[in-house]
Ligand binder design. Structure first.
Ligand code: TUI
Length: 307
């Protein structure tokens, strides 16, 4: 399936991996790229030198294209932005903010820049700033989300910009890919399904929580202070939402979640930790290698799109 996204990135299949904090490290990134998609290192809040090491480790495992996701709320984002250039990374995606101030640096170095957007306004601004494509991410996604759904956001972004659009949020199989293409997208970004990939270092408890999740098992915390996060329901979300309802100050809520994603992903505490995942978790039933996942998804999509 050739689209402007496969051409732009030099990849076989129009599937890119989400830049999930803690989960998107070098084993997963290399496996997705080796399977013909675009793997990504999720820089998240990692120290810049750790991001550099991660990039070097992907290069040891694959000679296929891969990228780095720069999380713009990270106080170290500027240093990470420079490391991407120093390490000659070919593709950057960004999340949770507006990357305009890094655009010149990246474009001058020939980096392909693909901001993740949650609105038409930011998509337009990104195109004007020189973005090569955008990921339009609906609120079905896990983690930090916007307000629009994938079904409504993707066609509106497609109509608003001339650059290729990659759909994200609620996509985990061939039907999702085919539907995204019908909406005018030329690729998809997937996170939740890759969280349970055999190559992902995600703790077994985290994978099991996603595999056991049903359609309505996610909650959105942080709506009251403008940082909505989608995650699977557990003791943490119950406590957080209770405090939020009582009008607890932002600082108290922030204290509660300090280190909580690491606790879930790395230590497997899926009761008190933060289990970020999208609404599509309910459809994910097993761990597979990235190659198996991508093959199954692309076979499914191609059958639907050619029938
Ligand atoms: O970035 C994401 N998802 C994320 S980042 C993340 S790390 C984190 N950990 C703990 C607390 C908070 C974050 C977890 N999940 N997705 C891409 C995305 N970007 N979704 C929505 C947006 C977005 C939202 C508003 C992008 C830009 C924006 O406004 C920018 C502006 O300044 O206008």
């Amino acid at each position: 399936m050739n689209t402007r996204v496969t051409g732009l990135l030099g990849i076989k299949y129009p599937i890119i991996q989400g830049g999930m904090a803690w989960v998107a490290e070098y084993h997963l990134a290399a496996a997705v790229s080796e399977a013909g998609g675009l793997g990504l290192i999720g820089a998240a809040s990692a120290p810049p030198e750790v991001v550099r090491e991660q990039i070097q480790k992907v290069k040891e495992l694959t000679d296929k294209p891969f990228g780095v996701n720069v999380m713009l709320m990270n106080p170290n984002a500027e240093e990470v932005a420079k490391i991407v250039v120093e390490e000659d990374v070919k593709v950057v995606t960004t999340g949770a903010g507006n990357p305009a101030k890094y655009m010149e640096l990246w474009k001058r170095a020939g980096v392909k820049v693909i901001p993740v957007v949650a609105s038409v306004a930011l998509a337009r601004l990104m195109e004007r700033s020189g973005a090569d494509a955008v990921v339009a991410e609906g609120m079905e996604a896990g983690g930090h989300i916007g307000a629009a759904t994938t079904m409504t956001l993707v066609p509106q972004v497609v109509d608003a910009v001339g650059i290729p659009v990659i759909a994200a949020g609620g996509i985990a199989d061939g039907r999702g890919v085919a539907a995204a293409m019908m909406l005018g997208a030329e690729g998809v970004q997937m996170g939740t399904r890759f969280c349970v990939a055999a190559e992902a270092i995600t703790h077994a408890n985290y994978k099991e929580k996603i595999i056991k999740a049903k359609d309505i098992d996610s909650e959105v915390t942080g709506m009251s202070h403008g940082h909505p996060i989608r995650q699977l329901r557990n003791r943490m979300t119950r406590e957080y939402l209770k405090l939020e309802k009582e009008g607890a100050p932002f600082e108290e809520l922030e204290q509660l979640t300090l280190g909580s994603l690491r606790k879930a992903v790395m230590e497997g505490d899926v009761v008190n930790g933060t289990v970020m995942a999208g609404q599509i978790a309910g459809m994910i039933t097993k761990e597979q290698t990235c190659e198996e996942m991508i093959k199954e998804i692309m076979d499914g999509a191609e059958k639907l799109l050619h029938r």
